[in-house]
Design a protein around this ligand. Structure first.
Ligand SMILES: [Zn+2]
Ligand SMILES: [Zn+2]
Length: 331
């Protein structure tokens, strides 16, 4: 489906809660594909069929741009690249996970251990650790590593014959997530940064450089949204679901949603000190084990913000991070 001039959306299925992922083909020179879908037979068939309908094959793709290193956005890219010779663009902060043959959560990786320690200190029961998304071996089968040939940073312009795509670094959901902005067409390709019906979850994230502290993902994400509001955008081409025609309203509703949640967390911290897991259970009493990483990420994100605002204090006691409220949160 042509969703903007010379930009075609090709959804491919995923088994995840979020549903299908949208790949975009930009019919220009070079012929450009943004994000790919998973390495599954169903996704591969759907993408091949979608391209064929437009008169193209994997071997015709000359340029690949990956918004971020989550499996559903690049799992199939290595297959596509192997049939032609495309240049492959991504942000430097995503490159390691894209290229790593063992994927993004394995025991050789210091981030794995830092995350585990952090979650246990945050009160997550040990038995739930085994359930969380990042550990499930099946995820490794849904992707092949892909070599990035061109790193792109904030402000870089990717020039096509008939359009220019400005790279906008949008940390939050993932540290090196990029959006692509065509200011002439007022089009933004948003990856998972903005979705129509789901508020994207900025995940707990430890940087590859183990001397660096954990990212404050939710705070970063809210800063990213403020920045996007300064762009003139008519159409947001999202990584999942429907495209967005009212970007600023969607951004405002996400900001309000998080403001309400933050206050709920702050109220909950009146009284006895609580862990991030207590907060997660309070926010999402019926959360399934499978989604616990998302719930913990949301709880930790609000605690980070409240701490920065001076409304919450944290202390480490008996190997646990405990939070209690101090002042009023900022607006
Ligand atoms: Zn994602
Ligand atoms: Zn996604």
């Amino acid at each position: 489906m042509e969703v903007a001039k010379h930009i075609h959306q090709i959804p491919t299925p995923t088994p995840f809660y979020v549903g299908a992922i949208n790949t975009y083909l930009i019919e220009d020179e070079p012929l450009t594909l943004v994000d790919s879908g998973l390495k599954t037979e169903e996704a591969e068939e759907a993408l091949r069929a979608g391209l064929k309908e437009l008169g193209f094959a994997f071997s015709d793709i000359e340029q690949i741009i990956i918004t971020h290193s989550h499996l559903d956005h690049y799992g199939l890219m290595a297959t596509i690249a192997s049939e032609g010779n495309p240049r492959v663009c991504a942000h430097p902060l995503e490159v390691f996970d894209l290229q790593n043959p063992r994927g993004y959560a394995n025991e050789d990786d210091e981030r794995y251990h830092r995350t585990e320690r952090f979650l246990l200190k945050s009160g997550l029961p040990k038995e739930l650790l085994e359930n969380i998304l990042m550990r499930h071996p099946i995820f490794e089968q849904l992707r092949d590593p892909i070599t990035v040939t061109q790193m792109v940073n904030d402000g870089d312009v990717i020039r096509l014959k008939h359009r220019e795509l400005r790279v906008v670094h949008c940390p939050g959901h993932s540290p090196g997530l990029i959006n692509l902005y065509d200011s002439a067409a007022r089009v933004l390709l948003s990856g998972d940064n903005l979705l129509k019906h789901i508020s994207p979850v900025p995940l707990i994230n430890f940087p590859k450089d183990s001397s660096q502290p954990r990212a404050h993902s939710l705070a970063d994400y809210l800063a990213t949204l403020r920045r996007l509001k300064t762009l003139d955008v008519d159409i947001v081409l999202t990584g999942h679901g429907e495209i967005i025609h009212d970007m600023n309203e969607i951004i405002d509703s996400i900001v309000v949603h998080h403001e309400v949640r933050k206050r709920k967390v702050h109220r909950f911290l009146d009284g006895s000190p609580k862990t991030a897991y207590d907060v997660c259970s309070h926010l999402f009493p019926k959360i399934e084990a499978y989604h616990i990483y998302l719930g913990m990420s949301e709880a930790v994100g609000h605690l980070d913000i409240l701490q920065t605002e001076g409304a919450v204090e944290m202390e480490e006691r008996n190997g646990k991070f405990l939070y209690h409220s101090k002042g009023a949160p900022r607006h």
